[in-house]
Design a protein around this ligand. Structure first.
Ligand code: ADP
Ligand code: PMV
Ligand code: MG
Length: 383
């Protein structure tokens, strides 16, 4: 059977999470943790989706899907993605027998799948779609965007809208993947900024504001420790909660959101300087200060968690700086590691964090965006 394989990375937001939803500047880079999708055409009269990371296995008859997709909500041009509209999402929820008011965002992965399938695929045929990830799900590292980016790319290739290109896609094709991935993120998040799907699609390090993506050319190699508190949370709920507080007290929240943006801008300048003058101690101190300040701001915005504060205090006690990353409320923090940090301090921090039950791993940022693979190569990643 013919297969299509794609992968897409997660991301690390350095600064600007949440503020970016309000049109402010944010800085992010891709991670070396990826999601892998394998789509196999079958001769069956059904479409099967297997999402083992979230314990979902679903299958529908092609006839049932054809009847759903005959609704005018699915009309439109694959080359110009339409907004994920609420009536269409309602129809899909009904088709999947999902209740309206659920705090469990896992099933939204299926809503996103059906949404993208109905809009991207012109002619349905039997297929099995399987997605696995090395990213923790719902932990602030952009697993939802990696999922949406893989789906968008896989379905666009399957429908013949873009080519199966193991040598890399052209800018125009990446743009189309990114636009559909953004719609997938909308289904999962409600009101995403678009930063996560942009990093997952284009890779590298970028500055993002109001949909505009500017690759960061001058970034020194950043060594990070990621810390997963393993406290579950949902981006959709955290983003919606802040929106409610912001709308109630705009004059109180706006200055803090503006200050988060000032931190992103200062960080970009500092990174550029460090690229020219590596390890400049004053600039390294600025990076540390910005991390501490932003973590406090995110707490003010109500997206912190005591586990994340504990991570930051442990790092600070050892002279390191950490902040939450992504939507917060649990999930991950990152700790900046510099040349001046002694291996002993790093080992001691790691041990203290692990004693609290947190998972730690070292990483660098800025790898490849969405990619098409040889199916045999990916089969080994999936098993
Ligand atoms: N590996 C995966 N398989 C299926 N769905 C996934 C996967 N990773 C993420 N998702 C979808 O994304 C949701 C988590 O998204 P979100 O709350 O934004 O967290 P994150 O910070 O990881 O992006 C999950 O509930 C699920 O709907
Ligand atoms: C909080 C936010 O800035 C980032 C969310 O990232 P994640 O889903 O927690 O990985 C939301 C967004 O930008 O859409
Ligand atoms: Mg997400």
């Amino acid at each position: 059977m013919e297969s299509i394989c794609v992968s897409a990375p997660g991301k690390l937001i350095l600064h600007g999470e949440h503020a970016v939803v309000y049109g402010k500047v944010a800085l992010a880079a891709s991670l070396n943790l990826r999601s892998f999708l394998k789509l196999t055409f079958t001769s069956d009269d059904s479409i099967e989706v297997f999402l083992p990371d979230i314990d979902i296995h679903a299958s529908w008859k092609i006839k049932e899907l054809q009847s759903l997709f005959s609704s005018p909500h699915f009309n439109g041009d694959v080359q110009s993605p339409q907004e994920a509209n609420s009536d269409c999402l309602q129809l899909i929820r009904h088709f999947l027998s999902l209740s309206e008011d659920t705090h469990d965002t896992k099933p939204l992965a299926l809503v996103a799948f059906v949404y993208l399938l109905g809009h991207i695929t012109q002619k349905l045929s039997g297929m099995k779609v399987e997605l696995r990830s090395s990213l923790p799900t719902g932990a602030g590292l952009g697993s939802s965007a990696a999922f949406s980016t893989c789906l968008a790319a896989g379905l666009l290739v399957a429908s013949g809208s873009i080519k199966d290109s193991r040598l890399g896609w052209e800018e125009k094709e990446l743009d189309l993947i990114n636009k559909w991935a953004f719609q997938g993120e909308k289904v999962i998040h409600g009101r995403p900024s678009g930063i996560d799907n942009s990093v997952s699609t284009f890779g590298g390090a970028l500055c993002f504001q109001g949909g505009k993506i500017t690759p960061l050319e001058k970034v020194p190699k950043l060594d990070m420790m990621l810390v997963n508190t393993k406290v579950p949370r949902s981006t959709k709920i955290l983003v919606a909660g802040l929106r409610e507080r912001y709308e109630k007290y705009p004059d109180i929240y706006r200055p803090v959101i503006d200050s988060v943006e000032a931190i992103s801008v200062k960080c970009e300048e500092t990174l550029s300087h460090l690229n020219d003058v590596p390890n400049d101690p004053a600039m390294i101190q600025t990076l540390r200060d910005l991390i501490g300040l932003n973590h406090h701001h995110l707490n003010f915005l109500g997206v912190g968690h005591k586990s994340l504060d504990e991570v930051c205090s442990i790092c600070t006690e050892h002279g390191l700086s950490a902040k939450l990353t992504g939507a917060g409320g649990g999930g991950c923090a990152f700790c900046l590691i510099t040349k001046d940090d002694s291996p002993r301090a790093i080992a001691s921090v790691t041990e203290s964090l692990q004693k609290c039950g947190y998972e730690c791993w070292r990483t660098t940022v800025g790898g490849h965006g969405v990619k098409c693979h040889d199916p045999n190569e990916v089969i080994s990643q999936l098993n």
